[in-house]
Design a protein around this ligand. Sequence first.
Ligand code: PEP
Length: 265
Amino acid sequence: MSNSRKPLVIGNWKMNLDFVESVHLGQQLGVRLKNRPAEHTEIVVAPPFVDLRSVASIVDSERIPVAVGAQHVNPHENGAHTGEVSISMLQRLGVTWVLVGHSERRALYAMDDDVVAATLRAVVRSGLRAVLCVGEALDVREDEEQDRFVEAQLVHALRGLDPKYHELVTVAYEPIWAIGTGRTASTEQVASMSGHLRRVLGRLLVVESRVLYGGSVNAENAASLVAEGGVDGFLVGGASLKADSFLAIIQACDDCYALMANRRS
Ligand code: PEP
């Protein structure tokens, strides 16, 4: 984890939990965070579109210290895009974060690098925070091409973005072979990629961005990934569906940040 950037943990609920289940999980997080607040870690949950209104309402009414994110958005303002959701619709619901270019959107819903870049631009221009997801498939890793592959995704997505929006961009490194597989990247692999991403971001003058890791993060591996992997937090899928496992990951980030802050002082 970086010396100064506060940790960020985002729960991506994917296509799980109907609105009743979402409210239940939101309430559980609220109660638990009131008893034991995360002192340093910023928390975001990204429920399915149809749950956003319910989750945003309970977060607001019960003052739960989490922000609400969407898993995807269409970059067009409005019009003939059957089944899609616009940025202004999300904003009206109190959404403040959007995942952009998750590997499942790229692989299953034809989201290519151009669409990712257009979506990223539209999201940040509207003032929402974007989590740009990048990551290689297993064959790319086996060919040791991961640095070049991920760099190309990052450069393509950020090309031409007005620097005034850089602060709204967070990058999540999510190797596809680690997502939902139970096969977490090693701390060495994460450290190497987070260093690479920071160098590329520095070259592009995107210096403030947090770099997250995602891919089978759980309560057991979170602390070492944060302490030795050089990331500023996590994008969490499966383990974000239960309050216990999600909060344990948040606590690991919080403890790690406090430890590092102590060492600095
Ligand atoms: C994800 O899909 O963003 C993810 C990281 O999933 P999981 O934690 O289940 O691997």
